[in-house]
Design a protein around this ligand. Structure first.
Ligand code: ARG
Ligand code: ZN
Length: 429
């Protein structure tokens, strides 16, 4: 009997060891809350010295006492990172023990599933599939959907905007939505696809979207940063910036949401090319930024509402992010996001914070929303979709539907409010 047991253990030794070994050296996402300034400094160090990806906050600069840090730690730096933490008595929790499984789940079946299947919008899609979808959506809806090429990315990928337009009323106003400015925020492009699909399916049956589309055209840019997005599918799921290179540095990429001309590269952005919040060499240095800015400049008289979709943290933000000063119509914007957040709470039992960017998260100059606002688009917003850190950037496909419906409710609420406010009075005074 004993011999049998020994035999069994020996036969399975490699398996047992492997399992133990594997859990030790897998990629993980850690949640760490520094308690002292010393711990803050150690954490800043760890996240810059070792191969890790900071999920929250966006840059080590913002790490502070008693505030959760979410850190993606790849298997090969796991031991050293945990060693450092232990040495300085910094405790951590494992937020995600299996990010690789989640990543696998998010990329599964993308090209094998029929593109028309009913779950198409509840999955994430490769860039190639999104291009295919753009083309097909236009072909299937020739009267409502136009595709506009507004420019190309650093690696020369096309930047396509979908224009939804159900009628040709004179002096029609418009709304803009962009998604995927940050590569790893996959729920964002998923939302743009969701919005288009919803609009095309429920025009004439849902009274809110019908009213919105009757009164305004909608311009949708599903992937503002195609090079970065492609890179997250092929090489590094945690990539945030675009993929531009520069002779003067080995670091790749500019944070496109720090590259717009709104208090460009002041506090809250970095002039260091290796930083995740690198502002670029000059405002609009990046072809993606320039394409969007050029398009909006040439349409500024018709575009009334600007939305930029990000994740994660569940927030509805409006200008300014580049200064602590209040926007001229601050209270009007605050009213709108408050109403949207309340509706989300009522319908979906989910909490969204709201307020001006600088006061709700941090100073972040060079953002697209502030730039659009300064251009004259007085209803300008940045949404941070689900979740609040449970899965972070790796939100499972099963959550896409709820995350998008929440954001859709917020977009509809705000668009209807703006429409109401800007309608010419029916009875002249
Ligand atoms: N979290 C996003 C970022 O770091 C959005 C922050 C709000 N900033 C802004 N300019 N809207 O870019
Ligand atoms: Zn973002």
């Amino acid at each position: 009997m004993k011999a049998l047991l020994i035999w069994f253990v020996l036969m399975n030794l490699d398996k047992l060891l492997k399992t133990a070994h594997c859990t030790e050296t897998q990629d993980q996402v850690l949640s760490i809350t520094p308690k002292t300034q010393e711990q803050v400094d150690i954490l800043k160090n760890v996240s810059t010295q070792y191969e890790t990806a900071l999920w929250q906050p966006v840059s080590p600069h913002y790490i502070k006492e008693d505030t959760q840090v979410h850190l993606f730690v790849p298997a090969n730096s796991s031991e050293t990172v945990k060693d450092q933490l232990k040495r300085h008595a910094i405790t951590h929790e494992v937020l995600l023990a299996n990010p690789n499984e989640l990543i696998e789940m998010q990329t599964r079946n993308d090209s094998t599933d029929p593109r028309s299947s009913s779950t198409f919008y509840e999955r994430y899609h490769s860039l190639e599939d999104i291009y295919f979808w753009i083309n097909r959506t236009q072909q299937d809806n020739p009267d409502t959907v136009k595709v506009i090429l507004i420019g190309s990315s650093f690696e020369k990928r096309p930047l396509y905007v979908l224009k939804l337009s159900v009628n040709n009323r004179p002096n029609k106003k418009a709304m803009w939505i962009d998604c995927g400015i940050h590569a790893r925020e996959w729920i964002s492009p998923a939302f743009c696809l969701w919005f288009v699909q919803y609009s095309l399916s429920f025009y004439q049956s849902n009274k809110e979207i019908t009213r919105i589309l009757d009164n305004m055209d909608v311009y949708i840019l599903p992937v503002l940063n195609p090079d970065g997005y492609h890179y997250t599918w092929t090489t590094n799921r945690m990539w945030r910036k675009n993929r531009s290179t520069n002779m003067s540095t080995k670091c790749v990429g500019v944070d496109l949401n720090r590259n717009f001309d709104a208090n460009w590269c002041t506090e809250g952005a970095s002039d260091q090319p290796c930083s995740e919040i690198y502002c670029g060499a000059f405002p609009e240095s990046e072809p993606e930024t320039q394409a969007v800015a050029d398009f909006l400049r040439s349409h500024k008289d018709i575009v009334q509402i600007y939305f930029s979709i990000h994740s994660y943290s569940q927030m509805l933000l409006f200008p300014y992010s580049c200064t602590l000063e209040e926007a001229e119509n601050h209270s009007e914007l605050l009213e709108m996001v408050k109403e949207a957040a309340q509706k989300i709470q009522r319908h979906y039992r989910n909490n969204y914070k709201y307020g001006s960017g600088a006061n709700t998260i941090y100073l972040a100059p060079g953002g697209s929303d502030d730039w659009a606002y300064k251009l004259g688009i007085k209803y300008s917003f940045t949404f941070e979709l689900q979740d609040r850190g449970r899965y972070g950037f790796l939100l499972p496909p099963s959550h896409i539907s709820k995350a998008c419906n929440e954001a859709l409710l917020a977009v509809k609420t705000i668009a209807l409010k703006v429409d109401e406010k800007t309608q010419a009075p029916t009875t002249p005074a």
